[in-house]
Design a protein around this ligand. Structure first.
Ligand code: HEC
Length: 186
């Protein structure tokens, strides 16, 4: 039976099929590897592009204008002066507004000037601010005046504590602006 030529031929066919299958599998594997490498390269490109974007955002952020400690303080100085005239005129709504403006600027200093060591001492002003806020709430002129003195003294205590004792704040002796009416509105 083994000598039948047809059988031999028939036996050859599967062998040939296996080698060609192996060859085509090898091609498939090569193609798959190439695809993986290509997608890796593409992913690397995407990562690089994202990194470039992050770098440019970081640069933009670093160059964004951010008020400094002194600028916030100059703002507080104006609100401090306006608060005085609002209180003297018993314009309690305006006084309340000015107290909040001071508080907001102090919060901004905490948020935007974190790198400044003086920020640690800022909390010392809280009791004095609370005291003024309380006088304003009670619409008590006498209490307002004494709390305002306490507030101003605390501003100076912090200046001394932070080596800025040469910045001496006082109760204003004249209006901080001439284009605002401090009397209560109708
Ligand atoms: C952390 C404690 C602290 C407290 C509380 C504080 N200050 Fe200051 N203040 C500073 C420091 C620090 C500076 C210097 C900022 C700088 O580097 O420019 C300053 C600067 C100032 C300046 C000078 C600003 C300029 O550039 O001309 C004024 C005015 C001022 N403060 C007003 C006040 C008033 C008003 C209060 C109270 C309502 C107050 N500060 C509370 C720490 C404080």
């Amino acid at each position: 039976m083994n000598n039948v030529p047809g059988k031999y031929y028939l036996n050859m066919k599967p062998i040939k099929n296996i080698t060609s299958k192996l060859n085509s599998n090898r091609y498939l594997i090569l193609i798959a590897i190439q695809c993986i490498l290509a997608s890796c390269k593409q992913q690397n490109n995407q990562v690089n592009q994202l990194q470039l974007k992050v770098d440019s955002f970081q640069k933009q952020l670093a160059e964004t204008y951010k008020p400094g400690f002194g600028e916030f303080m100059s703002g507080i100085q104006v609100h401090h002066a306006k608060l005085w005239f609002a209180g003297l005129n018993q314009n309690w709504s305006l006084a309340d507004f000015e107290v909040h403006e001071i508080q907001e600027s102090l919060d901004d200093i905490r948020q935007f000037c974190k790198e400044r060591p003086e920020v640690k001492t800022i909390g010392m002003i809280n009791p004095a601010i609370d005291s003024v806020a309380n006088a304003v709430r009670q619409k008590d002129l006498k209490l307002f005046k004494s709390s305002f003195v306490l507030l101003t003294n605390t501003c100076n205590t912090c200046h001394k504590a932070t080596d800025h004792g040469f910045n001496v704040v006082i109760a204003p002796t004249s209006l901080p602006v001439v284009n605002q009416d401090f009397k209560p509105g109708q």
